[in-house]
Design a protein. Structure first.
Length: 204
């Protein structure tokens, strides 16, 4: 049950600040009120939902300052994963990453923003998986969930894919060359760029 609501939040079906009415969720997901209530409590502990006294639950709004802090932590952990992936990647994984890079280039050339965003998520997920860092991976998944709306806003900003594409290709190239230092640096540079874009979107 928590997974269904969590995915709804991640996909943008439930937006920040939106009330999560137990009766409506119970009907939507064909679940008992007790199951929905338990799910909302669990999601509150993950930072995705906040419970307001006498007003029920709503999707938590993550302010810019907190989103930047989340990305700063993500930067450290994802850079670690990129470095480990560079050390561990086998020939099949190298080919897979190269293929993702090619698909990303084609998506940008075709103006397929949502396809590019999906490939972006796939790339970051595969780097985490390839790294073998399960603890970092679980922490990153939780942090990603909390900042997904900020990430979506940045990813769909006009012209953003053309900025982030070479950053992603640099990460892929470093991992495929088994250069852990370069992979770490490329990942950090990419997330710094994302944070700069987040700040700019709020300033505008």
């Amino acid at each position: 049950m928590p997974a269904a609501i969590r995915e709804g939040i991640l996909r943008g079906e439930f937006v920040p600040g939106q009330r999560l009415v137990e009766a409506d969720l119970s009907e939507q997901f064909e679940a008992s009120r007790a199951a929905v209530r338990s799910a909302l409590v669990e999601l509150a502990t993950e930072g995705l939902v906040e419970r307001v006294a006498n007003r029920g639950a709503r999707v938590r709004v993550v302010p810019l300052e907190e989103a930047i802090e989340i990305y700063e932590v993500r930067m450290v952990l994802e850079a670690l994963c990129a470095a480990k992936a560079a050390e561990r990647a086998d020939d099949a994984e190298v080919a897979e990453l190269r293929g993702i890079g090619t698909d990303m280039e084609e998506a940008v050339a075709a103006g397929e923003v949502m396809v590019y965003r999906q490939l972006n998520e796939r790339l970051h997920r595969r780097i985490r998986e390839m790294s073998g860092q399960r603890t970092a991976g679980s922490v990153l998944e939780r942090l990603r969930a909390q900042s997904v709306r900020q990430q979506f806003k940045v990813a769909t900003t006009p012209g953003r894919p053309k900025v982030s594409l070479p950053e992603h290709l640099a990460i892929i190239d470093a991992i495929c060359r088994h250069d852990a230092v370069a992979a770490d640096a490329a990942l950090r540079e990419h997330l710094r760029s994302v944070m700069d874009a987040m700040r700019s979107s709020h300033a505008g």
